[in-house]
Design a protein around this ligand. Structure first.
Ligand code: PNS
Length: 170
């Protein structure tokens, strides 16, 4: 049984992530989608919110589990008895960062392999950062995220923003 861990910030999950998870779920016996914090980013959604959004997006995939991680990824992978880390590669611009992480993780544990998957070309340009930016400026993100994620984005980024500007006016 080959267990793979797909770690990421998922802040929030978008169609590119979902595409990669579905591909991984066809290859590996079990895929653990692990929501982690990236030290370089401050998340907009809490761990619990991100987990709920990921779970709802993949509820039809029986071999996908969703979990959270607060620590070193490579240790988590070992504890979960997984042998593979899955990462998505959208473009050449992702490569340097991904290569560095893969090498670092290999140095920390050479028995764990990083496995790169490329999402469908329809999704290669999607990023959580742009999805949040477009939502907060009133743009339509229908083709980038599932509807339940869009609703949560609006609740978090637009309603809060409107409330703040009304308070300021009042
Ligand atoms: O979706 P992201 O932000 O590109 O994911 C990056 C993530 C969360 C996979 C990476 O920051 C990570 O592995 N964080 C856990 C802490 C860790 O192990 N850091 C060392 C990585 S070599």
């Amino acid at each position: 049984m080959t267990i793979a861990v797909y770690p990421g910030s998922f802040d929030p999950i978008h169609n590119g992530h979902i595409d990669v998870i579905r591909r991984a779920a066809r290859i590996f016996d079990k895929v653990i989608v692990t929501i982690a914090n990236n030290e370089a980013k401050s998340p907009c959604f809490t761990f619990a919110e991100r987990k709920e959004l990921v779970e709802k997006s993949l509820e039809d995939c029986p071999n996908v589990e969703v979990d959270t991680l607060n620590g070193l990824l490579i240790e988590y992978v070992r504890k979960r008895e997984a042998s593979v880390i899955v990462r998505g590669l959208r473009a050449v611009s992702d490569f340097e960062y991904e290569f560095q992480m893969a090498m670092m993780n290999r140095r920390l544990n050479e028995n764990i392999e990083t496995f790169f998957l490329v999402p469908s070309e329809d999704h290669t340009f999607i990023s959580s950062r742009l999805v949040k930016e477009i939502t907060s400026l009133g743009g339509n993100v229908d083709s980038f995220v599932p509807l339940h994620v869009k609703a949560k984005l609006i609740e978090k980024l637009l309603k809060v923003k409107n409330k703040t500007s009304n308070t300021k006016k009042g």
